[in-house]
Design a protein around this ligand. Structure first.
Ligand code: HSE
Length: 420
């Protein structure tokens, strides 16, 4: 019998206990051995968890020093505290399963180093219930990965879907996502793009062997996406979604998370609500698409339990991040400034003579070519200029946006959303 200890028994932890019980028949048959949740550790003992039928304490030592526990499931959240806990678990020879993307975004290479002979699995850390780690690390291991692009944060996708389809205001819908249990304990991780960035960094290690930290990549959230831009996007046949993008370009890989305008007929544009969807393009397989619930207790716990079964089957560790040794001609991270994209830009200006000429001159001076331009009257003698660009460099766009914001006839900070 394999015994599991769960550190952090919240929504996901409780689902892990339940799945191990309710699906014991299929789990035992697939693993070839019975698997039970023995004990859990929580921060606050006041809440009644007796219904789970496992021993609960508030001391991690009760799991880490328990010789009967074979697998430690870490669901605490945070970075440094769980890092210490999983290091102790690995040192004492216990296999580890985690859903903690923030931990991996910062410490995945140190953990890989420590987990050489011990299993360390983390399927639930990216896109909840979708087996994307398994697909990328094993199913697509014959390929050079050309790109990964997807919806990796259920909260943002839920919010953007409601804002687009029902015109619901940002703050109301954020509250709803929190109540439904999709959001992180600090929802700025979701709406600021950090949660998606943590997931993207994990995928980038498996796909490309890139060791980057969140601070090294372009991360923007959805806080500045307004109803104005959502309806202009709709009018031109686009939807706005938060995407995580990893793209190989010769020996470099660009990594970025930001709101995007996506043509509404694209498959990814149709992924709505709390669902996640990730497209992976391999040089041999072509495009593959993974779709499913990216948040929620049972969906996330489904991935955690799959890792537990996998470990129970073999007990062996595979290269945690998918590479047994560094690849020849190692890929490096592309500088944010060198990223190229098309851009949608909205500038709210006073509607008077010469304004357009000054704006287009600034575009030219910054080496940015306009693809389409439209002027829409707005309130009180002002107008929205709606511009899409040809492919331009991020550095040029950033400089230009600052110059435009300073112009005396520009009413608000101009809006920029990248087009994919
Ligand atoms: N807050 C995350 C999301 C949960 O909304 O996708 C799963 O990581």
């Amino acid at each position: 019998m394999i015994k599991v200890g769960i550190i952090g028994v919240g929504t996901v932890g409780a689902s892990v206990v339940n799945i191990l019980k309710e699906n014991a028949d299929v789990i035992s048959a697939r693993a070839g051995v019975d698997i039970v949740a023995k004990s859990g550790v929580v921060k606050n003992l006041n809440k009644d968890r007796s219904y789970l039928g496992i021993k609960i304490s508030d001391n991690v030592d009760d799991i880490l020093n328990d010789d009967e526990i074979d697998i430690v499931v870490e669901l605490m959240g945070g970075v440094e505290e769980p890092f210490e806990v999983v290091k102790r678990a690995l040192k004492s020879g216990k296999a580890v399963v985690t859903a903690n993307k923030a931990l991996l975004a910062y410490h995945r290479y140190e953990l890989q180093e420590m987990a050489q002979d011990i299993a360390f699995e983390y399927e639930a850390s990216v896109a909840g219930g979708i087996p994307i780690i398994n697909a990328l690390r094993d199913g697509l291991s014959a390929n050079h990965i050309e790109s990964i692009m997807g919806i990796m944060n259920g909260t943002c996708n839920y919010m953007m879907t409601k804002m687009t389809n029902e015109g619901v205001a940002y703050n109301d819908i954020l509250k709803e996502a929190q109540e439904l249990g999709y959001a992180e304990s600090d929802p700025t991780f979701d709406v600021g793009g950090y949660d998606a960035a943590h997931k993207l960094l994990i995928l980038a290690s498996i796909a490309y062997g890139i060791d980057a930290k969140p601070e090294d990549i372009l991360i923007e959230g959805i806080q500045n996406v307004s109803q104005d831009d959502i309806s202009f996007a709709k009018e031109f046949g686009y939807v706005i979604k938060l995407l995580g993008i990893a793209k190989k370009d010769k020996n470099e890989v660009e990594l970025r998370v930001h709101a995007c305008l996506i043509k509404k007929q694209e498959m990814i544009a149709k992924i709505d609500g709390v669902m996640n969807g990730i497209s992976v393009v391999g040089d041999k397989v072509g495009e593959t698409l993974y779709y499913g619930p990216g948040a929620g207790g049972d969906a996330t716990a489904s991935a955690v339990v799959a890792n537990i079964i996998d470990i129970a089957r073999s007990g062996k560790s595979k290269p945690m991040l998918g590479f047994d040794k560094p690849m020849e001609g190692k890929l490096t991270l592309k500088a944010t400034d060198d990223i190229e994209s098309k851009y949608y830009i909205r500038i709210n200006v006073s509607d008077k003579k010469g304004v357009l000429a000054r704006i287009t001159k600034i575009f030219e001076d910054n080496n940015i070519s306009v693809e389409t331009m439209l002027q829409r009257p707005s309130l009180a003698n002002s107008a929205n200029l709606l511009i899409s660009t040809h492919i331009a460099y991020e550095r040029d766009i950033q400089t230009m946006m600052k110059e435009i914001e300073k112009l005396e006839f520009v009413n608000f900070a101009p809006v920029m959303i990248r087009i994919v």
